[in-house]
Design a protein around this ligand. Structure first.
Ligand SMILES: [Mn+2]
Length: 318
């Protein structure tokens, strides 16, 4: 049996939703009956891609950076920093097979895939409208107030919590498979999802307490160093829920595979954002969107991470 390999942005609601929409589209419009294999992709220091991941009969990347591999057949991304290098971008531009797409104006890669699949391949995305709505809302941070994502009343936030914090890839793959056909309310009630929500919500409340303790506000920036706490995947809106007056947030965190500087902007800020955060992070080898970006270093490069964070805080004062 042929296999479609889907590499997606790991531990990300839009990444998993993109994998689900692409998978359903591929089944309905490209090759029905193919098996699926999934691979989460994470931003990290050093090489992002190992050629050996492209072991399917077709290989796709969704919601993640471009890879100039001949084995890559499909690609969809909406990040501003979609290319690691100018050579990668030239490689993409030279590809005329019509299966690789990028558009940084999209709030979510999920919606981008649905639109391209509909316009160019005759796919009907209407059964997925609930998923498209939430992926756009969550990845685009299209909220009325920080209380919406921080208090997490809607089912989609609970599912996002599970997707962002579950390291067991079999569970994530099951969610990607279920997302293709099940409504959100049904999905969060399935025992394998429901049993994971409560402990993660408790952890979310604890992470809010840790950020509250660690945070200091300087001018338009809230800064917190949460190294030593298990904080991978905390809600990036907590800082603005706690300090609605700030424009930017900068944090340093550390996990088993990286030291990370997260740089964000407050969508509800009384003072508008004036910096392009992707551009700032790109100078340190990171990237992202103008409104939210990050820099990943090796776990042992914590001192450098702290130094960079201090420089970014300084730069955002201006
Ligand atoms: Mn995305």
């Amino acid at each position: 049996m042929n296999t479609l390999k889907i590499c997606y942005h790991g531990n990300c609601f839009d990444g998993a939703s993109s994998a689900a929409v692409f998978s359903r589209f591929y089944e309905e419009r490209i090759n029905p009956g193919w098996a699926r294999a999934f691979q989460p992709m994470m931003h990290r220091a050093g090489a992002l891609f190992d050629e050996s991941i492209f072991d399917g009969d077709e290989n796709a990347i969704v919601d993640f950076k471009y890879c100039p591999s001949e084995k890559l057949t499909w690609w969809f991304d909406h990040h501003k920093s979609a290319f690691l290098t100018a050579e990668d971008e030239a490689h993409f531009r030279a590809d005329t097979r019509g299966k690789k797409f990028v558009d940084a104006s999209y709030k979510s890669c999920t919606r981008f895939i649905a639109d391209i699949a509909e316009q160019k391949f005759g796919f009907d995305p209407s059964p997925l409208s609930e998923l498209l709505h939430w992926a756009n809302k969550i990845d685009g941070a299209l909220y009325e107030a920080p209380s919406e994502p921080v208090e997490m009343k809607a089912d989609a936030f609970k599912l996002a919590l599970v997707i962002e914090n579950t390291r067991d890839q079999q569970i994530i793959e099951r969610i990607i498979t279920d997302l293709q056909h099940k409504p959100m309310g049904e999905l969060v009630a399935l025992p394998y999802v429901a049993e994971r929500i409560a402990p993660l919500y408790e952890r979310h409340l604890r992470s809010m307490e840790i950020i509250k303790q660690a945070a200091s506000v300087r001018g338009p920036v809230i800064f917190f160093d949460v190294v030593g706490h298990d904080m991978e995947g905390y809600s990036k809106f907590i800082p603005y829920y706690l300090h609605p007056e700030v424009t930017y947030s900068v944090s340093v965190s550390q996990s088993s595979f990286r030291s990370k500087i997260s740089v964000g902007s407050n969508p509800w800020s009384p003072r508008p954002r004036t910096h392009d955060l992707a551009a700032i992070c790109e100078r340190y080898g990171g990237g992202g969107h103008a409104v939210v970006a990050a820099i990943s270093l090796a776990p042992e490069e914590l001192d450098s991470a702290r130094k960079i964070a201090a420089e970014v805080v300084e730069e955002l004062q201006k």
